[in-house]
Design a protein around this ligand. Structure first.
Ligand SMILES: NC(=O)c1ccc[n+]([C@@H]2O[C@H](COP(=O)([O-])OP(=O)(O)OC[C@H]3O[C@@H](n4cnc5c(N)ncnc54)[C@H](O)[C@@H]3O)[C@@H](O)[C@H]2O)c1
Length: 263
């Protein structure tokens, strides 16, 4: 039987941290070796999992783990990354919002340790990206591509990062850039659809976790590829897949397309 991968859950008290602990406890191929929170957190000393209390001592936590899973904040991620590099432990980074310089730091660390870095860890979204790439490449310039996304009313940016990424993938697959193809608003006398454009539309309502559809309109037919998120648990499931993917790897930078074997 393959060895159990021992996880260190960073940001253990956060929304994703709690999901990660639940997902790891349900997976016999994984165990929780340690759980970390920011120094001074009221959660320090609280139980995270059977026999594991939440701590703040990163080197001590890494001694009893194979891989650290980080869904925190960029400044925390970089501290965890540096500690993993020193201790020769692998890291899975789900945190978002890095500057280009911070991304370079992550890339540099991958010379010494294995890093999975994925702003969307949803397995479904990553499979959808592959399907969109295939459809856009095959259907080519003739298809009218429209991206629609729907999210809860608290979301402050639009279109979502995932919608933009889907548009980018479709554009690249047929030799365009999203800068030249993207159309983000239509109102009034717009004229006919511009050939080769990729249109975006957005819904904001209630507590929708996140829906994305890419529509390819042709002559006499259309394809719609849709992903719907029902809860954040799908991100935790993706992180568990990433942890198992890292068994036996000791350096290199990977994303979810690598983890899922989609490249
Ligand atoms: N990759 C994905 O698929 C995916 C999915 C969901 C969320 N995220 C990202 O994961 C991150 C966390 O999301 P969340 O909803 O769990 O947030 P959250 O606010 O609920 O939790 C953040 C956690 O990080 C800890 N933290 C914050 N600053 C810290 C510091 N300086 N040092 C140590 N710990 C610190 C907090 O104490 C908390 O436990 C965000 O960047 C979010 O965008 C990514």
């Amino acid at each position: 039987m393959a060895a159990v991968q021992r996880l260190c859950i960073a940001g253990a008290g956060g929304r994703m941290g709690r999901m990660l602990i639940e997902a790891a406890l349900a997976d016999p191929a994984l165990s929780i070796g340690a759980a970390l929170e920011i120094g001074g957190s009221p959660l320090l000393g609280q139980p995270a999992a059977p026999g594991v209390a939440i701590g703040a001592d990163i080197p001590a936590a890494l001694q009893v783990c194979d891989v650290l899973i980080d869904f925190t904040r960029p400044e925390a991620t970089l501290a965890y990354l540096a500690a993993c590099r020193r201790a020769h432990r692998n890291i899975i980074i789900g945190t978002t919002g890095f500057t280009p310089e911070q991304k370079h730091e992550i890339e540099a660390a991958a010379a010494d340790i294995a890093v999975v870095f994925a702003p969307s860890m949803s397995m479904g979204v990553n499979v959808m990206m592959k399907l969109v790439e295939m459809a856009a490449r095959t259907l080519g310039a003739d298809a009218d591509i429209e991206v629609h996304e729907a999210h809860h009313k608290m979301k402050v940016d639009a279109p979502s990062g995932t919608a933009l990424k889907l548009g980018e993938i479709a554009a690249r697959a047929r030799g365009q850039t999203l800068e030249e193809a993207g159309v983000y608003a239509r109102h009034g006398l717009t004229g006919e659809r511009k050939p080769g454009s990729i249109g975006f539309s957005v819904t904001r309502a209630g507590d929708i976790v996140g829906d994305h559809t890419v529509l390819f309109g042709g002559v006499g037919e259309r394809i719609e590829i849709t992903h719907r998120s029902g809860s954040r648990a799908n991100f935790a499931q993706g992180a568990m897949r990433a942890a198992k993917f890292l068994v036996g790897k000791n350096k290199g930078l990977y994303d979810m397309q690598d983890v899922l074997g989609l490249k």
